[in-house]
Write a protein that binds this ligand. Structure first.
Ligand code: MV4
Length: 450
């Protein structure tokens, strides 16, 4: 096992990783920017080293600084968390060259899954269902239109290097296709310096269902059930839960086996997520694979009982998976609300600043992953997530009741947050009924979507 791990991240996930290491008897090194001198991860780690100025391009994204810090502090491994360098193939490769273990999959796999049209092709070859559409990517509007006609409208135009909804357009017919294709492609060229596009049939009002998988170096892969992440706003997840009310035990087995097959097809290692679209008729289609630990991993931890961060560290150190598929049983229901420093009434504008007072809820089945504390100043340089409030109940009804209770108890003063917005979601009848899809927020909260 590693003696010392460097955490190449900040905020609640850095704190989460430090705690896992401490429980495992592993020493921790935090890296921090000049804006994070007083951040909890900096204070909590055994050692901490400043890696540069506040902007993330000069600190948390600065590969050379982070690698130099790792060597200087004599850490054997880097945990990248999520965001920042977590899905940067070049960084994973540089780690390997420096004889440092990158806690995640290989650079080759990050590359292959980061290219969405290649990932789609790989999955088609592995017999994983994908949304009907083209197998090869397209580069010109003319060849795209020909392909679109064979797929049938409406079609979804997607950028191969895309993600988070960037470089993505729906076309409802031949008339609007060219303009939409060109807009999507322009966005892709601007955002990712890549004109490679691909087409899929448009799936109306799908659910976003993702399966957590975990793999060791010896070809063993398990899945830990699904998360329903349909409640999103502008491709930002707001609330996640596990299990999904839309998934029967039989469908879970089928989708889970498919997720495992997808991971095995690329020789996957470490934690990963297979994203599916689930349509109205319960057909599921591979969408993307995320090659990192995700923000919403705690809901899976609560229903599966597995500590995903510890398992990531174990398999990265060469240990076998600590569980087999038969060991895994999904128990109860978990919900996570992301609490952000933002103002829902002002188009969710980020609201950094000093937190003057915090009261953190607790109790049976309530988990809080956060880095905030009284008098902490939220820097303006990073994303606005302050806290993940996660609850675990015997069923969905109990989990909803617990979340309402916990949200009601949570106090964050001094800055604006989306706490009331989360409470409104938990009080919404459609949410309660479980009939949720990716249109939930625009349909139920149009006043927030102007
Ligand atoms: C789709 C889709 C419908 N049909 N693909 C959004 C982000 C990117 N990862 C893929 N996305 C979608 N792809 C086809 N063929 C609808 C979406 C989508 C969506 C997906 C998951 C969660 C929220 C969403 C909100 C709008 C659109």
């Amino acid at each position: 096992m590693f003696e010392k791990i460097l955490i190449a991240n900040r905020g609640e996930i850095a704190v989460r990783i430090i705690r896992a290491c401490r429980e495992m008897g592993i020493k921790t090194v935090a890296v921090y920017s000049e804006a994070d001198r007083d951040s909890l991860h900096t204070l909590l780690a055994d050692e901490a080293i400043c890696i540069g100025p506040a902007p993330s391009t000069q600190s948390y994204l600065n590969m050379e600084r982070i690698l130099a810090a790792t060597v200087a502090m004599k850490a054997e491994a880097i945990h990248p968390g999520f965001g920042f360098l977590s899905e940067n193939a070049r960084f994973a490769e540089l780690c390997q060259k420096c004889n440092i273990t990158f806690i995640g999959p290989s650079a080759d796999i990050i590359n292959r899954m980061g290219n969405k049209s290649e990932a789609r092709k790989t999955m088609m070859d592995a017999g994983v269902p994908v949304v009907p559409g083209g197998k090869e990517p397209v580069h010109t509007a003319e060849e795209a239109l020909e392909l679109a006609k064979t797929i049938g409208f409406p079609v979804m135009i997607k950028a191969s290097s895309g993600g988070g909804g960037k470089g993505m357009r729906v076309s409802y017919g031949e008339e609007d296709f060219m303009a939409n294709f060109q807009n999507a492609q322009m966005e892709s060229i601007k955002g990712f310096s890549d004109d490679t596009m691909y087409l899929e049939r448009y799936v109306e009002r799908p659910r976003h269902i993702e399966f957590q998988i975990m793999a060791d170096k010896y070809g063993n892969v398990v899945h830990l059930g699904e998360r329903d992440c349909s409640i999103q706003r502008r491709h930002q997840k707001v609330l996640e839960e596990s299990p999904s009310v839309a998934i029967s035990d039989e469908l879970r087995r089928e989708m889970g086996e498919t997720a495992v097959r997808a991971a095995k097809a690329v020789g996957y290692e470490n934690a990963g997520t297979i994203e599916f679209l689930l349509d109205k008729n319960r057909n599921f289609y591979f969408m993307e694979m995320n090659t990192r630990i995700q923000v919403e991993h705690p809901v899976t931890e609560l229903v599966s009982g597995l500590d995903l961060i510890k398992e990531q560290i174990r398999v990265a150190a060469g240990e076998h998976l600590s569980v087999t598929q038969d060991d895994i049983q999904i128990k109860g229901h978990a919900i996570e609300c992301r609490i952000n420093a933002e103002n829902p009434a002002k188009n969710f504008m980020p609201c950094p600043g000093r937190i003057t007072n915090v009261h953190i809820p607790g109790g049976n089945g309530v988990r809080v992953d956060t880095h905030i504390y009284n008098d902490y100043k939220v820097p303006a340089n990073y994303d606005s997530m302050l806290m993940k409030l996660i609850v675990h109940g015997k069923d969905r009804e109990e989990a909803i009741a617990k979340m309402r209770s916990a949200l009601g108890e949570l106090i964050i003063e001094g800055i604006d947050t989306n706490l009331d917005f989360q409470f409104e979601i938990l009080s919404n009848e459609v949410y309660e009924s479980g009939d949720i899809d990716t249109d939930f927020i625009p349909k139920q909260f149009p006043q927030y979507c102007r």
